[in-house]
Design a protein around this ligand. Structure first.
Ligand code: KMT
Ligand code: NI
Length: 172
């Protein structure tokens, strides 16, 4: 894992866009973003039990796996959105970037690779992209039946109750 302030310079979303200014796990925690590194699947099982994650699946995002729709998918994952549930991803292979909004509405970019696990809280605005290797395998965990509905940023979503709760819980 490596977290840093995103530089907003032009260029492919899959490039690092690293400003050179690091962001600490403590700061991520203030945004409500939790990070773990687990090299044993048992550790994930324990976390899943503790946090009542009852379901899981594994998704591969790559041109080999997705074929013609790969580029389209990568673009859609990169639209800024939130969910009414946590987004939990345990990276099993490859790598990619999760971008989350700071309290000052800047992007923090989080580079994740194998064995990294991230929990984004419900209500945080975020987006995802593969990196220039175009390959990631991630386990997706969820509490109940998976609901992947992304709510794209806009005036209506800004006043969503999950968004309001998130803003109240954030300590940054
Ligand atoms: C998401 O929610 O953006 C995804 O599931 C992307 C693929 S998982 C790394
Ligand atoms: Ni999402």
């Amino acid at each position: 894992m490596k977290a840093y302030w995103f530089n907003n310079e032009a260029g492919d979303q899959r490039l690092p866009h690293d400003s050179g200014r690091a962001v600490t796990p403590d700061y991520l925690a203030k945004l409500g973003v939790l990070y773990y590194n687990f090299n044993k699947e048992q550790d994930v099982d324990k976390l899943a039990t503790e946090r009542s994650y009852k379901n899981r699946d594994v998704i591969t995002v790559s041109p080999e796996k997705l074929g013609d729709i790969y580029e389209e998918k990568v673009k859609s994952f990169f639209h800024e959105h939130l969910h009414e549930d946590e987004e939990i991803r345990y990276i099993r292979d490859g790598s990619g970037f999760f971008d989350v909004r700071s309290e000052g509405d800047e992007w923090v970019r989080i580079f994740l690779e194998k064995d990294d696990l991230i929990i984004l809280p419900a209500g945080i605005y975020h987006r995802f992209t593969t990196d220039d290797k175009n390959y990631i395998v991630a386990m997706r965990l969820f509490k109940e039946e998976p609901k992947w509905t992304p709510l794209n940023r806009g005036p209506e979503v800004d006043i969503n109750p999950f968004r309001k709760d998130y803003l109240q819980s954030r300590t940054a």
